[in-house]
Ligand binder design. Sequence first.
Ligand code: FAD
Length: 661
Amino acid sequence: MPPTPSVEEHFDVIVVGGGHAGTEAAVAAARLGGNTALRVALVTSALETIGQMSCNPAIGGVAKGTVVREVDALGGIMGRATDAATLQFRMLNRGKGPAVWAPRAQCDRGLYRRAVRRLLEQHAGLTTIQGTVARLILADGGRRVAGIETLEGRRLGARTVVLTTGTFGRGRIHIGTTTQIGGGRAGEAPATHLSEQLERVGLEVRRFKTGTPPRIDGRTVDYSAVEPQHSELEQFGFRWSHFWDEAAPDDAVAAASALGGGHGALRPASLPQLPCWITFLEESGKRVIADNIGLSAMYGGAIESRGPRYCPSVEDKIVRFPDAARHQLFLEPEGLDTTELYVNGLSTSLPASVQLDVIHSVRGLENARMTRAGYAIEYDYYPPSQLAPTLEVRALSGLYFAGQINGTTGYEEAAGQGIVAGFNAALAALERPPLVLGRETSYIGVLVDDIVSRGVDEPYRLFTSRSEFRLSVRQDNALARLSRFGTELGVYTDREESVIRQNASDEAQAIALAGSTTITPAAANPVLASVGSAPIPHGVKIVDLARRQNVSLRELFAAADVGASLSRDAITTAELEIKYEGYLSRERVHADKLRRLGDFPLPADLDYGALHSLSFEARQKLTARTPASLAQASRIPGVSPTDLQNLVIEIEKRRRSPATG
Ligand code: FAD
């Protein structure tokens, strides 16, 4: 491919946008370039906003936390930046057992942003450039992308381009029904020229909306009236790489190892930990909202596009759940060096004066000062059914899309797509075969498959129910699941490769040791008694006890005095593989069966509303569309693999006893 003439500089890969998708795409391309001379540029409107969190300052959560681990396992930076900025860590779902644990970290917004930029700039082959991209340079009669041109008049050539412009495409901010400001985020200009060009070249474009809550000054909160929620003392790092960070001195590495380091390892908090605070929106606040609902941009007719169902505005909550007595609000710290608090749960597009009245109705916030008003934003997205599974735009060779521009929502979803698009853009530039992660490998694989094969009809967010492999695709085993792809791509350093091998060998050893070691009653019974499990009368293999609910493999190893050299994480993963062995193999059989059941017919008169094993969203959508077959049902956005499995079970049940239908 000849270099594009009349450009200032030629790159192999240009990534446009420095948000969560863009930074991961740039790092993935740079890592893949490794020892080759691949040249990667990240071009973004303002270098200071690289890694900016547009909405709440938190990373992870259910399914999302697993994606952060997956991004990290593939060499991404989200986990490392999060670990450097964590103000409060919680492992969600602790009560439900380690198979569904979900790490979530509240972050210092400024520290997170600076960590992302620092990590980016550690890559020798990666250049960051400030500029607002106004148009793509096209070649081959408009069928191939060949570079970018910025509003400032700079022209840069590229073999491949990754667009990750988030909510900036013709972004329009709404506060109430009368205030409308062009903007990609509060205080930042929208990307208009680029949107116009993409429409001109024939890409289908649609609009979604999202919103953010007001922020308040923490010095004006009555803390005696709100309930603190503290960080967990036991912290798990998101990153598996802290053993060998080039900058880490050997004593830090040794300290991490002593703590049982590695992926998801226990670690001491590196920053002072701050509490969040819980309070509630109660009757008086609900009344203020109900009385002013016509002034909300979303309800007063100013915005018609769809918003994220699972991050509803407070107006949505009042309208959809009128009988709920109160709605929980979390006051979340924005950072260590500011008193500003993010009011999680109060996303709104009401006029600023009404927002203030709502805030003052909340216990503990009677005298709170609002530092920033909440707002809603409408933006362009490109239906992702226009993309190949590599995230390349089918109609424009060499152009890749990742993040919110594809109709998804969330930092983690953006990061997961960024890493796939970044690898594929670099692979294409190097003329190597592409990377497609299957659904069985990862949540990232599920996300990409869902959006490119089914499209989206509302902002797409990941849930565990979207995956038919959610017992085998866990947060603890991301490295084991994905490192083979990283190794094949050649993205790891020698040091990283040796840790990956060590991790795999520790896991295998832990499983083998559990199967080969006999534990005596004297050693095992105290461990069993501590969790109320029946004592054993004679020696048994450790594996037989590790299968029992709540019995810890690590404690059994300690009692039998074996496995001391194995890492804590390897033992945790081995324990889950042992405990859920039966479920895991059933999960795989189920998925195979589902693949074969594509033609399974669905009765036209089926009352989906009565099928309570299906999610509410699936019941609504199946009722509206009445698909003729399971294959058709599977292509309806919002109908998850779990819903499909339950649908088959319900229909088979009805066939066996028609009276229940
Ligand atoms: P972004 O993080 O938006 O990054 C886009 C980047 O592209 C920016 O760096 C920008 O400067 C750059 N850029 C844009 N246009 C150009 C151009 N032409 N040239 C060069 N650079 C350009 N997610 C949730 O999960 N829940 C929520 O409740 C939620 N609420 C939100 C509320 C608001 C008001 C906003 C704005 C976003 C919200 N989000 C929410 C979405 C979340 O912020 C995004 O999902 C996430 O940031 C997407 O990452 P991204 O990398 O795709 O885009």
